[in-house]
Design a binder for this molecule. Sequence first.
Ligand code: NAD
Length: 443
Amino acid sequence: MKVTIFGTGYVGLVTGTCLAEMGNHVVCVDVDADKIAGLERGQIPIYEPGLEPMVKRNHAGGRLRFTTDPVAGIEHGETIFIAVGTPPDEDGSADLRYVLEVATTIGKHLDHYAVVVDKSTVPVGTADRVRATLGAALEARGAKVAFDVVSNPEFLKEGDAVNDCMRPDRIVIGSSSEKAVALLRKLYAPFNRNHERLVVMDERSAELTKYAANAMLATKISFMNEIANIAERVGADVEQVRLGIGSDPRIGFHFIYPGAGYGGSCFPKDVQALERTARAHDYTATLLGAVEAVNARQKHKLFDLIQRHFDGALQGRTIAVWGLAFKPNTDDMREAPSRYLMEALWEAGAKVRAFDPEAREETRRIYGERDDLVLCDSLQATLENADAVAVVTEWKAFRSPDFELLAKTLRERVLFDGRNLYDPEQVEAAGLAYYGIGRGRST
Ligand code: NAD
């Protein structure tokens, strides 16, 4: 089938590539000329496990093309996906500028029936706005072309996006058009073979489903961080509590890890946007406000622990920061807890020596060259002249460090474990002070 994708970011590039892998002819359109030129040369703009060979294979096979020309994309697609960014507006609601820009562009050039698919995360009612915007652009040129707009939110996780896209838990389709649903059913058939994954519903429910999913996951994380903060005050170990509650299948072990707060491009902005949507409909979403507030506080947790340990005297200290990406297996730094930590450390006059397996380039892009940041090539290199280690991202490579070496190398012999990766007794036995999240030790 002929597919066009507007927006070649985490969602657009992965979706386009997986659809091409299933034999479709996919054109990816982006306004970022450098990104498109790089993709044409085989340079993948993001780190996502398994993506690079798949892009190269399908590009070489002629099923995956990249262009900055929206007209070529619109001419090509019988299904046209909108997968552009929906960043937070000044007040936290979703900024639909890019989505509506694409709708206008499609309306200016569409000359055949197409199903326009909202894959970006968009507030309830956006499919109506896309339909109206696209319709107005068609009308302005006196064109009469039939089209449908469908909501098809994306649930992939960065760090495992290719797997999620190839083997989705569910494919939510919001539409009242039988024709559009039939076309998407056909497009998604290869991903829907061994059991039914398609959940067809009305547009508004589909739009809300995406926000509900992210808000639920963010709620689990903030809930557990709240418990961790109580645990450390009452002398309990939240890791024991986690094991105790996760074994209840109604609760489960997923997403109940306490830590340095959730980040990324989705949870923070989507919880905020849902809260603003509720407010716009005269409803105060008390729970969502609390989820955000707990997270905002949690992102400062590691810095607070460090500051308290050093009695506020951080001037001239050097902290080794392990992990920069907002989670493992990605290079995405949007809203990453590491950024809150580093910026607070710099503000307090400390220096950072940081290592991340994938996000160093992105960190360099964000912060440029600065005297108080050294981006190291290995964990070991971060230890040079460092006072302490702070673990921010739970990369697998960080799970079994040589604690004896840390104790020998660190000037202040202290480990701040922002992801509760280590056994405190083992760390302390090596001669280090240990701070975790909600573990009732050294806190
Ligand atoms: P991204 O920032 O990685 O990519 C967006 C791309 O859109 C950029 O390359 C940008 O240049 C391009 N773009 C902007 N305006 C354009 C236009 N007019 N025409 C063509 N391209 C244009 O964003 P992302 O992380 O892929 O997210 C896209 C959407 O999907 C967002 O709404 C996001 O909330 C949602 N989403 C993201 C994830 C995720 O894990 N990243 C998961 C599910 C849903």
